[in-house]
Every structure is written in C-alpha cells, then in structure tokens.
Design a protein around this ligand. Structure first.
Ligand SMILES: [Zn+2]
Length: 267
C-alpha cells in the first residue's frame, strides 16, 4: 500500500423511498411497525489530487420502472460539489444492485472497481432464479461487461487499494460480492458501508436486512464494518435518512441533500 492520503467525504442524496415500513428493513418481526423511509445516496471522496465516487445510483428510466422517487440524477448531485463526472478517475461499485450501478455512462473516463465474486454472481447460475436476479437490471450488467471488454474495470478479491487512503473490503451477505469502502479523513478512518448496512439500526442492533443471500455473512459484515472504522460512529450506512441529520451540510443551501462525513457528527 502507498502512503495514505486524506479526503473530504460527502454523502449525496438523489432520491428517496418514503413508502417503506420498518418491517421492510428488518428480518425480525417488529410489533411496533412504523415508517421506514430509505434514502438513495452516492458518495464522493475528494482531495486536491483526485475524486473517487462510490456507487452510481440510477436514472429516471430505472426510477420509473421500479416505481421510485428521484430528486436529481446522481451526477447532478455531485455537480453541487463542483464535481465534473467526466473528470472522475475512479468509481467504486459496492455491488451491482439496480440502485447502485445505473448511471455508468455519465462517468466515461473512470476506472471501475468491483469484486470478482460480484461479477461471478450477476453472470452465474444463481441468476436463473428470480429471487436472486430481481434486484439487478440486465442493462446495467451488460454495460459493465462492455466496460470490462474496454479494459476499464479493476477487479478486487477481498481487500484492495483503490488509491492511496481508500480501500475496498469484501463483505458478504447482501450480495455475493458486496464491498464496503474505507477512507482516511481528518477524523480517522471512515467506512462507507453502502448496503453492507442499509441503516444504523441494522449494524448497531444486529438486525439483518431482508434483501439477503446469507444472513450469517451479513451479520459478520456488521461486525467487520465496526472493526474497519475508527469508531462505530465512523460507519456510514447506505440508505439511512439519519445520515443527513447527523452530519452537517458542506455549505448553506445543501441541507437535506448533501452531508459532510469527514467532520464530527452533530452532537
Ligand atoms: Zn441499495
């Protein structure tokens, strides 16, 4: 590994799923069912040398097909941070689900980072079954295969460096090749869990999420996220609306849209 560099880190909300209930987010039955809104995010790690984007969300066509709400395209959210998608050099794909890998063409010059197991998963025998293939979109998989054939994908097997100060870490459970991202910041190591933990409650209370291929691996992943992070407060879940409440906006006017994750959470 090279000498690590430090980054500013941002969560950018581009859509939401307000109709969800709590029982949609936890396997264990909850007698106090209530609202369980999830938000859709992409993330950006920025320093004076480079920008690394984590996940690509989805576009308006996909939103319509899946019946979800989208406020802006992911790259339009990144533009609020003055990030030009054409200048992004690295994109980490946490996993290939439809809500994480849908706007690949907006990042024409990026090298993509995926796990070996995730490509095996989305092109392998399990996709014969609707249960496994339902959260994937064939066109997204095809676009990734085209990118592989263009030599624009770096594969990782478990743990791997993306750029100095940013690494990926395989975490099973949600998909076969799910990976989370560890990034060095001024407050220490922050872990962008993505869907290794959809909400704070999933990993803090060991409450597995229902979209799962292996519950034991998912639970082991909750513990791994905490081990990788400076403290449990440095773990950022993938879909929790609380992220935008716990962390400040990078500047006035971006409240409720973008949160800055390399600074201490609000008291
Ligand atoms: Zn997701």
């Amino acid at each position: 590994m090279s000498q690590p560099e430090s980054y500013e880190v941002f969560a950018v909300k581009f859509g939401s799923w307000p109709e969800r209930r709590r029982h949609n987010n936890f396997i264990m039955a909850d007698p106090h069912d209530g609202p369980g809104q999830l938000d859709f995010y992409v993330w950006a790690c920025v320093n004076d040398k480079r920008t690394v984007v984590v996940d690509l969300g989805f576009d308006r066509k996909e939103a319509e097909a899946r019946g979800r709400k989208i406020d802006r395209l992911p790259h339009e959210g990144l533009a609020m941070l003055n990030i030009d998608p054409a200048k992004v050099g690295h994109v980490v794909i946490s996993h290939m689900h439809w809500d994480h890998v849908g706007t690949q063409d907006a990042f024409p010059n990026a090298l993509f980072h995926v796990q070996d197991l995730e490509m095996e998963f989305v092109t392998g025998r399990l996709m014969n079954d609707y249960f496994f293939r339902r959260p994937f979109t064939l066109e997204h998989v095809q676009a990734m295969i085209r990118r592989i054939y263009a030599g624009r994908v770096r594969f990782h097997d478990g743990e791997g460096e993306v750029v100095p100060g940013i690494s990926v870490h395989h975490i099973g459970g949600h998909t076969l090749g799910m990976q989370s991202v560890r990034v060095l910041t001024r407050r220490g190591w922050v872990v962008l869990a993505s869907d290794a933990s959809h909400t704070y409650e999933n990993f803090e209370q060991t409450q597995p999420f229902p979209t799962v291929i292996n519950v034991a691996d998912m639970v082991a992943g909750y513990k791994k996220l905490v081990r990788l992070a400076e403290t449990p407060k440095h773990v950022i879940p993938g879909h929790d609306p609380l992220v935008l409440k716990r962390y400040p906006a990078p500047r006035a006017g971006l409240e409720g849209i973008i949160a800055r994750l390399d600074v201490a959470p609000n008291a």
